[in-house]
Design a protein around this ligand. Sequence first.
Ligand code: SF4
Length: 478
Amino acid sequence: MPSVVRRSNKPINLSLFDLLKAGPGPSSSHTIGPMAAGADFAVRAAALAPEIQSRAEGLRVRLLGSLSATGKGHRTDLAVTGGLMGRTPDSCPPSLLNELAEARPGSCSVSLGGRNIAVGPQIVEYGPVRHKHPFNNTLVIELLDAPYPPPDAQGRPLPEGRAGEVLFSVEYYSTGGGFIQWKGMKRDKKHAPPHPYADMKQFRARCGESSLDLDELLLENESALTGKSPAAIRAELDRILEIMRDTVVRGCAASGVLPGSIGLQRKAAVLHERALSLDPFDRALCRLNAYAYAAAEENAAGGLIVTAPTCGASGVVPAMLMFMEKHLGLDVKARRKGLLAAALIGFLAKNNAGIAGAEVGCQGEIGVASAMAAAMLAYTRGFSVQVVENAAEIAMEHHLGLTCDPVGGYVQIPCIERNAVGAVKAYNAALIACNENPMSHKVSFDEALRAMAEIGRDMNSKYKETSAGGLAVCLVEC
Ligand code: SF4
């Protein structure tokens, strides 16, 4: 199975809202991407010629790579079902995946060409973890001319290959952070950004040439790429801030056990409460941990989160935002500016290394999230782009080599705690960067990303969201 770690010299032309996407947890590659794929397939199927639609009787979804290895624990079967039923990640109610999990088998269907076609976990097949498709996380969705799974005379499913003729199929790739591609995809021609950059060095140069601040430059690029006014972009960023805040608030108020066979107890509320009895220094740090636990636990429960840069790492940036609001007194305008600094770091990581655990390990998820949060904190405190870069670099550098080995395939252990540790590390990285001589910093963010890409390329696939090695195996054996 090829490992796809890319470095692109092309100018970054991602939208802020490609990176910061609202959707259901627990994994952007395993839930948001597959839900988007299912929704895309539903739209395509609805546009098929009536003579094809009238023959359709079944749907089948084949998961490959890490989607197959950990798709069950990550609820990929439910996410793709929701997508086929017409839900898109950002229109997904916080409770949808739980409702689908509790639905009676065979009770969900979609209508096509006037007939009802069954959907649900029973139409999902788990294929080989090693394969030859260009992306690790591959899913193939097929429209069949027979019900699937096909019942034999005794009502048992027939073996694979006896499921009827494939009328229409699409091969999708979930490439991390909720992004999807498909076989034969032609990229839309986007408008060129007025301030093109492919790496941090170029970004700093564009800031110097244009005399724009980091946030102003990103807003101008976003406006040119999307055609939206700066006011509309700000409003959308505020909505993202609100969703992140709601996720932390919900998580701090929730109790009980997270879904799945581990039986993991939620901890955010306890940490949040106990912080009150601590001295001010410990209280603030304990609260930062609690905020990260809160968002990460909501993610693990399949609740609504924002990818930053992924679902698994979606607790770090919201935790820092809540910390900035509650403990540093930073208003929404400052937090919005900070979010733009975080987005810059996410863009650079996606463009030059990778942000999916299945491609580069957890260094691309928690490592990048921590770098985003460190940059955000440094920028909102009024520091220069050089200091912002140094803060991100320190956080990134000390996550290099971090593997992805979720126990049982659930985004719980080590993921939830790792969000809290990533948030505290981000705080420390910003603290160091804001208090050192910025010009004495030796490692650039571009160099840290190059190292991350190389380590990701060499990392054994056991440590890339397959739950086939590391903690995922050791904990089971203990
Ligand atoms: S270990 Fe890290 S990369 Fe892997 S699922 Fe958990 S948060 Fe994501």
